[in-house]
Write a protein that binds this ligand. Sequence first.
Ligand code: AMP
Length: 304
Amino acid sequence: MQKYTNTAESQYIAPKGLEPISIMIVCTTVAALQQHLQQQQITRSKTGFVPTMGALHQGHLALIEQSLSLELFTICSIFVNPTQFNNPDDFAKYPITIANDIRLLESVGCHLLFLPSVQEMYPQGTQATRHYELGFLETVFEGSHRPGHFQGVCQVVHRLLNIVPCGKMLLGQKDYQQCMVLTQLVKTIPIATEIIIAPTVREADGLAMSSRNMRLNPEQRQQATAIYKAMQFIKSKLQPGDTTTLASNAAQQLLDAGFTSIDYVSLAHAHTLEPITDWDGSTPLVVLVAAFLGEVRLIDNYVI
Ligand code: AMP
């Protein structure tokens, strides 16, 4: 994997003048995090962990709130992981809003934020030392359109799970394939962490919340709602038999709405991600979408 630069680690500035709603511990090193957990006698089974890349929104906060509702000591990590970006420009432009993130985490009562630098996460460098066997999952959808992406995701989550002893890790269904990949990862490592998958949080107009939405201009933000509409269109018109025309009509709707290119609008088996082009009327389905509005790539999914 290539090395890209993003100054995420140097952009942390302690927010001034914030009125913390609750006191949240911020640890930037592994040693500080583990010392705190030890001192407070916080064990694995009592810990809920929400890994993120920051630029937090309500979708992330819902995961924090779910962990808190389970009465878990709740740890959020913010780390823009260089090894999972296959596009250097996407990495360089990934939004970083640390002061606001801290404010939001405190507002919901998150207990601890782990905010490591690239050096802290990858003391031996970002070069992969292990290949994760993901099989079929790495050959379809995000796997095929973003070569190396899931290897980078596994590399960082494996490292995080070695640093943060957590009984539960909370993930969003927004990243459907990633949830499947990480479910496979925790079985392979293996590690005693249960994965909880929470539903996608959407804006009122249906657009899935995403950190990348911040990069949309007002016109693109409006156009982005076409993804949800296209998924609803598929759901409403779905019939047993050939589904390729339906999927390509939905893709055309995105192009008509202003999307500049489409990676995929597809139906797949909801449990295996095997693409389905001829539906038997009973196989559980997920609609998967990835498309570009200018430089911004958006993904979404809808389980039928
Ligand atoms: P990210 O910061 O994009 O890497 O996302 C961190 C976690 O938040 C992942 O488990 C995502 O699936 C989850 N997440 C992101 N957006 C949403 C959303 N709109 N609804 C629910 N979960 C989300």
